[in-house]
Ligand binder design. Structure first.
Ligand SMILES: NC(=O)c1ccc[n+]([C@@H]2O[C@H](COP(=O)([O-])OP(=O)(O)OC[C@H]3O[C@@H](n4cnc5c(N)ncnc54)[C@H](OP(=O)(O)O)[C@@H]3O)[C@@H](O)[C@H]2O)c1
Length: 245
């Protein structure tokens, strides 16, 4: 019988991560997920045992426990894909951008824990399992990582820029192990992370004049985790309806 492929997707309880987990499952993969909360009960796989771990990636101690918590769920199998998707974007009380001068240092630290240290620790923690499968890592960066954004805060933006740099470094370090490491940089995708006022960005800054859909992001992540992208590593691919131009 052909081997069932396995993916770990962080932050799969809603939004992009949920769509990605659904996509892998529709392809017959086993999908192991991690978020702070349980999966929503409406989720078709929420009742499946031993595929979900609840941990808070903004807490460095808990990040340190992720690999040990997830490894038993893998059950010794190879790891074909790791999608470092979990993320949060802190905003001001009115949904406004929180800037570099006033953001509390605790917020900077929790942003870097979630957006930078968690991908680092998970990727190197599962390096061997990924290598055994010739697997792929996809990191969720952001348009805010290379351009000041009206709503995304400074701590969020710089942590995503650091994650883009980490993607390149790890692509170089893991190529000889047969592991590809790429990033995607979404613009405005229709999820709960968006701020009120995003409609102005859509009208003024996005040439395609619409939000992206989570399934369109899942298409790109599926591609980056497939043989069709076998010569792509260390890339950061924008998915933003042209917002970047
Ligand atoms: N949507 C966009 O327009 C956009 C644009 C650029 C980049 N991105 C990036 O894409 C990724 C997914 O975003 P999304 O739009 O799908 O967001 P979302 O709908 O808010 O979902 C975020 C997911 O991350 C999990 N999560 C958040 N903080 C966590 C923590 N500390 N520990 C563990 N899990 C955590 C959440 O689950 P729990 O609440 O249960 O923990 C949830 O499953 C993020 O990295 C985001 O920065 C999104």
């Amino acid at each position: 019988m052909p081997e069932r492929k396995t993916a770990i997707v962080t932050g799969a309880s809603r939004g992009i991560g949920h769509a990605v987990a659904q996509r892998f499952r529709s392809l017959g993969w086993r999908v192991i997920t991690l978020s702070r909360h349980p999966l929503p009960t409406l989720c078709p796989w929420s009742t499946q045992e031993n595929t979900h771990v609840e941990l808070d990636l903004s807490d460095l101690d808990q990040i340190g426990r992720t690999v040990d918590a997830l490894r038993p769920l893998l059950g010794g199998s190879r790891l074909h894909a790791l999608v470092n998707n979990a993320g949060i974007s802190p905003k001001g009380q009115m949904g406004e951008r929180v800037n570099s001068l006033t953001t509390d240092l605790k917020v900077w630290q929790s942003m870097y824990n979630t957006n930078f240290y968690a991908p680092l620790i998970l990727t190197r923690g599962f390096a061997q399992e990924l290598s055994n499968a010739g697997g792929a890592v996809v990191n969720l960066c952001s348009i805010a990582g290379y351009r000041v954004h009206p709503f995304a805060g400074a701590a969020y933006a710089t942590s995503k820029a650091a994650l883009a740099a980490l993607t390149r470094e790890m692509a170089a370090d893991m190529a000889s192990m047969g592991v590809r490491v790429n990033a995607i940089a979404p613009g405005e995708i229709d999820t709960a992370i968006l701020s009120p006022g995003t409609d102005r960005i859509v009208q003024n800054d996005i040439p395609m004049r619409r939000l992206g859909k989570v399934d369109e992001v899942a298409d790109l992540i599926e591609f980056l985790c497939s043989e069709k992208s076998s010569y792509i590593t260390g890339a950061e691919i924008a998915i933003d309806g042209g917002q970047r131009v």
